[in-house]
Ligand binder design. Structure first.
Ligand SMILES: Cc1ncc(COP(=O)(O)O)c(C=O)c1O
Length: 345
């Protein structure tokens, strides 16, 4: 049992003994020269897992998305994306500053998708006054939409529309394997109609660092230039890639446990009458606070040893992950109940 039950994010998970052993014994080389056998193997397996030709290891999900945007576009282009998506809200406007593109944010539907009619209406006619629209960005699972898993039909429909208009599609699949587990479809099928996809090792898969950008071989070749430009070319990074290979073997199949724990947590929170949680499809619980201030609740939880994060006005987020057991969730609910009794609003 954990003394502090840290539900702020799945990024707080720590590598266990098996992963650390794999890292310590990794064969390495200089990856900027393409010489690191462990990175090469990770990239090969990652591409296969999401059904793409090639993949590239990068330090973070943010850099993965930025490189994808940069490689798909030219400065002065306009990308279409959801107003709740990570690229638009949490990546420090890197697409604007570093890729030089304008973002046209369309209202996300509650389930993390975009309305086909909205996307169609946003695509600009070719005109010397207008920016080009080479790229549509999607996110699956959708973080701000409570870890919603977008169905194959939704993904395919949006990609088909984009392709019909000559656009490419990038999928921010930071938690793609959570979506695949929830929907019981292969990750490769979810990403099939997307031209490129990124996913993170450092979230549900439990690695300390790392993300992958996957797509056609010529795209990944160009993406390597952009990674170098951004300072993301790393050297004996097989030590980190080994964690990813370990996670592919051990940490994908168990993601459904995190989803069951998130459902248990949400159901327990709902019973208290103070919080309005989503019914989580994956590992993210987002709860509106009905009474009292958000800061007060986050503080009251912390005093009981349960960590959550503010997630927009009057909303908090809690995320389950591989260091959180069912017993931890039961204990977290006992502590949250004590917090509610202590605050007594
Ligand atoms: C949907 C999504 N995309 C991208 C990222 C960025 O990942 P990183 O924190 O590794 O930069 C996150 C991080 O939480 C995320 O939730």
């Amino acid at each position: 049992m954990n003394s502090i039950i840290d539900l702020r994010s799945d990024t707080v998970s720590k590598p266990g003994e098996g992963m650390r052993r794999a890292m310590a014994s990794a064969e390495v080389g200089d990856d900027v020269f393409g010489d690191d056998p462990t990175v090469n193997l990770l990239e090969e397996r990652a591409a296969a897992l999401v059904g793409k030709e090639a993949a590239m290891f990068v330090p973070s999900g943010t850099m993965a998305n930025l490189i994808a945007v940069m490689t798909h576009t030219r400065a002065g282009d306009e990308i279409l994306l959801g107003d709740q998506c990570h690229i638009f809200n949490y990546e420090v406007a890197g697409a604007a500053r570093l890729a030089g593109v304008q973002s046209h944010a369309l209202k996300n539907t509650e389930d993390g998708a975009l309305d086909l009619a909205d996307v169609e209406a946003a695509i600009r006619e070719p005109n010397i006054h207008a920016p080009r629209n080479p790229l549509l960005c999607l996110e699956n699972t959708h973080n701000r939409c409570g870890g919603a898993a977008l169905e194959v039909s939704t993904m395919d429909g949006l990609a088909e529309l984009a392709h019909r208009h000559g656009m490419q599609v990038h999928l921010d699949g930071a938690r793609l394997f959570n979506a695949a587990a929830a929907l019981e479809v292969p990750a490769a099928r979810l990403a099939r109609e997307c031209d490129t996809v990124s996913f993170c090792l450092s979230k549900g898969l439990g690695c300390p660092v790392g993300s992958l950008v996957c797509g056609p071989a010529d795209f990944i070749r160009e993406a390597r230039r952009n990674r170098k430009m951004l300072g993301g070319g790393m050297r004996q990074v097989g030590i980190l890639a080994a964690a990813g290979l370990y996670a592919f073997e051990h940490n994908i199949a168990r993601l459904a446990d995190d989803h069951a724990n998130a459902r248990l947590l949400a159901a327990g929170l709902a019973e208290l009458g103070v919080f309005e949680p989503n019914v989580p499809q994956t590992n993210i619980v987002v709860a509106n606070v009905r009474r009292g201030s958000l800061e007060q609740w986050i503080g009251a939880f912390r005093e009981q040893g349960v960590l959550a994060v503010p997630f927009g006005r009057g909303r908090m987020r809690m995320v389950t992950h591989l260091n959180i057991t069912r017993e931890d969730i039961e204990e977290a609910l006992r502590r949250v109940r004590r917090a509610v009794e202590a605050v007594a609003v």
